[in-house]
Design a protein around this ligand. Structure first.
Ligand code: CP
Length: 324
């Protein structure tokens, strides 16, 4: 049987099979250990050149990709819209083709327009990794969320996961929904009607309009921030009102029939969608998500560069033996 591969690009989880998603998660496992070493480096991508094109703000994704690349020994260049010729009106494709003329191998791109990663991937020969495109998908966030959930339960199959908050504007919600459903989870969303996309039930998710019901039903809550920068109209009466009705608080969690695992992709609005005591509490895995993000991104870079899953383990072993 042919082993699964990711193909040329990683644009989203919607088009991946369960087998491809498991391939990424399983390949990430041996890479976790690399970040725990005194010398956090393996030679796996030596000689590869990767460009990080970030046309939107990012802390976690941009730095996590950069660490992943450096830990795999790739050469990297970071470009943002400010300070590049995009400011002078150069198009995305012209920018990328000029970079390709300098013989790059991969592009990691965050862009405010939904579909920008696919648009670019169809026009350049380098591998393209979507680091978040508008309101469409954020596949590496979805994958690191899956890895973090898998770390905490025996299996994702049959788990009840509720994504809470601003689903309407969230690329993280979409990637999570696709990934979780493919791995057999039951998925729900919870938020005010104004922040739920019309027809969301059609994706195969349950809808809760009360956070207390979502908490009672779930094994895992993935809490999303209100994306105030994407809201053009009054979607909620006020932040204070949103917290009162939808905020995930200690009091609400203590009333739940079981302990819940708490995820948040960041950045958090403390006191809006999540209480600080929950964010920093015993059931929060928010910083584990960030740690897992590096391993997941190492796995994706490795697989797109043509690496085979079994070789990730072997590369780790060879490198460790060499270091001893
Ligand atoms: N979760 C996430 O995408 O965070 P950044 O916007 O900081 O990259």
């Amino acid at each position: 049987m042919t082993p699964p591969s990711l193909g040329k690009d990683l644009l989203g989880l919607e088009k991946l099979t369960a087998e491809q998603i498991r391939l990424v998660l399983d390949t990430a496992e041996p890479f976790k250990e690399v970040s725990e070493r005194a010398i956090k480096k393996v030679p796996t991508l030596r000689g590869k050149t990767i460009v990080n094109l970030f046309f939107e703000a990012s802390t976690r994704t941009r730095i996590s990709f950069e660490f992943a690349q450096k830990r795999l020994s790739a050469d990297t260049v970071n470009i943002s819209s400010t300070g590049s010729s995009v400011q002078k009106g150069e198009t995305l494709v012209d920018t990328a083709r000029n970079l390709e003329a300098m013989r790059i191998d991969m592009v990691v791109m965050r862009h405010p327009s939904s579909g920008a990663a696919k648009f670019l991937a169809e026009r350049i020969r380098s591998n393209v990794i979507n680091a978040g495109d508008g309101q469409h998908e954020h596949p590496t966030q979805g994958l690191l969320d899956l890895l973090t959930i898998r770390d905490n339960f025996d299996a994702i199959d049959g788990l009840k996961v509720c994504i809470c908050g601003d689903i309407l504007h969230s690329r993280v919600a979409r990637s999570n929904i696709w990934g979780l459903l493919k791995l057999g989870a039951e998925v729900a969303v919870c938020g005010p009607q104004s922040l739920l996309p019309r027809g969301i039930e059609g994706l195969g998710v349950q809808v809760f309009h009360r956070i207390e019901q979502a908490i009672e039903w779930s094994d895992v809550l993935n809490i999303l921030r209100l994306q105030l920068e994407r809201m053009s109209a009054g979607y909620i009466p006020s932040l204070r009102e949103y917290y009162r009705v939808f905020g995930v608080t200690m009091e609400r969690l203590e009333a739940a029939p079981k302990d819940l695992l708490i995820l948040h992709p960041g950045p958090m609005n403390r006191g809006v969608e999540i209480d600080s005591r929950v964010a920093d509490g015993p059931h929060s895995v928010i910083l584990s998500q960030v740690t897992n993000g590096v391993a997941v991104r190492m796995a994706i870079l490795y697989l797109l560069a043509g690496g085979e899953p079994a070789l990730a383990e072997a590369a780790k072993r060879t490198n460790r033996e060499g270091a001893e």
